[in-house]
Design a protein. Structure first.
Length: 239
């Protein structure tokens, strides 16, 4: 909702497509984690001369921190637990019910950064979250942290991220979203071996549009019958 004009919210109720692409995004996140753990870029053969033995890692036992535990966070946590990862989660709103089995709720974002091997940003962009991942926050990161951003580029301070990568405090970054989008030509984030940039495609899947249309039709039906809509936008929270 962050790029829609304010006047749109003064008319009829606005409902969100929350959750329709959560499974697709979760697959992207797990791919990003495995890419780093299995050193896929380093072990890819480009010539016969590159044939050599490599030691590669494993997702099992690694700690995944999730900041923003909504529909995407739930889907990612389910898959991470299958890979025997430890999962920590933090959310802006109160926990209405206990977190799922195998997921530990953490109140302070800084504690998640300090404990995580991989960090997923899946929170909405609001006035509270814009540039929340700044230099002060990243100073708490566990050395070598892999940051995955599938939310909005604005939650990340890219200058702070770049400084963290150069210092080694941040080991890898997988960015499906940036600010601005796309990054301008000549951005120092292009071409870095420790950064994977993708063009805001994590939510794209074979059936994503069908799920979106089905939810839209369901809400139209509820609206016509005078019933409450599903996933109505909360103007106070910003999502």
């Amino acid at each position: 909702m962050d790029f829609y004009p304010e006047w749109l919210l003064d008319g009829p109720p606005v409902a969100l497509a929350r959750g329709v692409s959560a499974a697709d995004i979760a697959e992207y996140v797990m791919l990003a984690i495995l890419r780093v753990e299995k050193h896929l870029d380093q072990i890819t053969l480009r010539s016969r001369a590159a044939w050599t033995r490599h030691d590669i890692g494993s997702a099992a036992g690694r700690v995944l921190g999730i900041i923003g535990f909504g529909a995407v966070g739930h889907q990612v946590a389910r898959r991470a637990r299958v890979f025997d990862m430890q999962v920590l989660a933090c959310r802006q709103s109160a926990w209405i019910e206990p977190p799922p089995s195998g997921v530990r709720a953490v109140a302070d974002v800084r504690d998640i950064l300090a404990q995580s091997d991989h960090l997923l940003l899946s929170l909405p962009l609001t006035s509270r979250t814009r540039h929340m991942m700044d230099a002060d926050m990243l100073a708490h990161a566990r050395p070598g942290l892999h940051i995955i951003n599938v939310s909005r580029g604005g939650v990340m301070d890219h200058a702070a991220l770049l400084a963290g990568l150069r210092s080694g405090r941040i080991g890898h970054a997988t960015l499906d979203v940036t600010d601005p989008e796309p990054l301008p030509a000549g951005s120092p984030l292009y071409g870095r071996e420790d950064v994977l940039l993708t063009p805001h495609v994590a939510a794209n899947g074979r059936d994503t549009q069908h799920r979106f249309i089905r939810k839209f039709i369901e809400n139209i039906d509820l609206f016509c019958k005078g019933h409450p809509l599903l996933d109505v936008y909360d103007r106070h929270r910003g999502y």
